[in-house]
Design a binder for this molecule. Structure first.
Ligand code: ADP
Length: 232
């Protein structure tokens, strides 16, 4: 079953720049997909269309059964509760502990204290940070802070995890650790994962599906792929 489907999707920004041309793409439920490509090729735009930060100029986008292109602003929350989103910068609340940072996402949806506790501990366990629940962000390494951000993204058990350059600020060793955490979430929870990255080492080590975007077009889409040095 496809959890994401794009049909003839075009995105032209208001200033006239076309970021994506005629994108057709299906992603099966439970997949782990790397999206690679040079700077300005359209990777972030593709992600933004999926979480409805941007709307397509043309075409159809289905994400978790929701017709995203047609979705009203007042219904975007229905899409977002199916999604966890992770960025290059961790966007943690500096005056909250690790526990509170992750719990915050649960408070927003009105969960009980007991339910919050169970889910926050489960999320911190899978990212390997259960021993740091009382620490503050500035007491953690970059890799640990990103693991908190990942725990926060998955605490409500979303169907999909979208990561835009999650290791962009990390050294090679921490980058690999983060990717192993994301791989574990995909393996153990069955969460569909999309990762935008420039990191060839990671892509070559994990041997997942690799989609290459060049100048706004998908030029390569391989199962168990490696880094596409020609196009990315
Ligand atoms: P990538 O993530 O691969 O670096 P982007 O999706 O950010 O690429 O950008 C693709 C193209 O769209 C680039 O030419 C970029 O300058 C342009 N672009 C991105 N965001 C905007 C925007 N908000 N307005 C106008 N052009 C944009």
């Amino acid at each position: 079953m496809d959890i994401i489907r794009l049909k003839n999707v075009k995105k032209q920004y208001k200033n006239g720049t076309t970021a994506l041309y005629d994108i057709n793409l299906s992603i099966a439920k439970g997949s782990f997909v790397f999206i690679i490509g040079g700077s300005g090729s359209g990777k972030s735009t593709l992600m933004k269309l999926l979480y409805r930060e941007e709307k397509p100029t043309h075409g159809q986008i289905i994400v978790g059964g929701i017709n995203v292109a047609k979705l009203r602003n007042s219904k975007v929350y229905k899409l977002r509760r199916n999604l966890g989103i992770v960025f290059q910068d961790y966007k943690l609340l500096p005056k909250r502990t690790v526990y509170e940072n992750v719990a915050f996402a649960m408070e927003v949806i009105g969960a009980t204290k007991q339910e919050t506790r169970v889910k926050v501990l489960k999320a911190l366990e899978i990212v390997g940070l259960k021993n740091k629940i009382h620490s503050y962000p500035d007491q953690l390494s970059g890799g640990e802070q990103q693991r908190v951000a990942i725990a926060r993204a998955i605490v409500n058990n979303p169907k999909m995890l979208l990561c835009d350059e999650p290791t962009g600020n990390l050294d090679p060793e921490m980058s690999m650790e983060i990717m192993r955490v994301i791989e574990k979430i995909n393996d153990e929870w069955g969460t569909t994962v999309l990762v935008v990255t420039h990191d060839e080492r990671i892509v070559n080590a994990l041997k997942k599906q690799v989609i290459t975007i060049k100048d706004g077009r998908i030029v390569n889409n391989k199962e168990k792929g490696t880094y596409d040095y020609e196009n990315a």
